[in-house]
Design a protein around this ligand. Sequence first.
Ligand SMILES: [Zn+2]
Length: 223
Amino acid sequence: MEQTTGRNHINRNKLNHLANDRVCKIVGCNNDFRINRTSGFCDNHEFHEHDLYLELHDPAGTLVNAPAHKDIIDALIEWSSTRNFGLLPFFSSLSFNSLGNVPDVSTLAGKVVHPGITVPTIGSIYDSLIEVINNYFPVNNNSSYQPLKTPRGEIPAIVLAYTFAGLLICEEANRGDRWFCRMVRKEEAKTTQLGAAMPIAYFATRIFPWGVEMNKSARNLTR
Ligand SMILES: [Zn+2]
């Protein structure tokens, strides 16, 4: 995963939630803003300057197009329905281990610092999700490597799961504010953004017993 410039999202963290400061919180910026502005950012810094995105390479090292959240979930659901393998505990575990554990991309990039707070590395976050995945898709079990059909070609189930974990980290970093609320504000209930909960909501919608046809309209949950 890399940080890059490009499609940047608004920084939803409220670094001036106590409304006691008026100097921009971006490292190196001394611009003022109105003291009652809770974001803590000047007019130039309302948006993240980076966007975390995932690159997928094949075993030869060639960059390949990664399937989207929706395509991965669809493939895993289809696969699980052919065997007695409930995906709910797996997605539940991914949710528990990703939501709120990924700092926003500006924090990851060191553009914002939070005194006294340890910022985890992307690598350590990813490793923790790999551990979750390996519990459900054991690396020494052949079925973990079963190739599943996606619009990007056939990809082994375990690779799809790893890719999905990477996408969750990107969503949480680019759009989430849960880590900031949990770790910095110490009030997770202040979280306003879904972040990585959005793709997981697509999974939840696909498996919920609605009683009506929902497969196509559930796409609206994947942007
Ligand atoms: Zn600024």
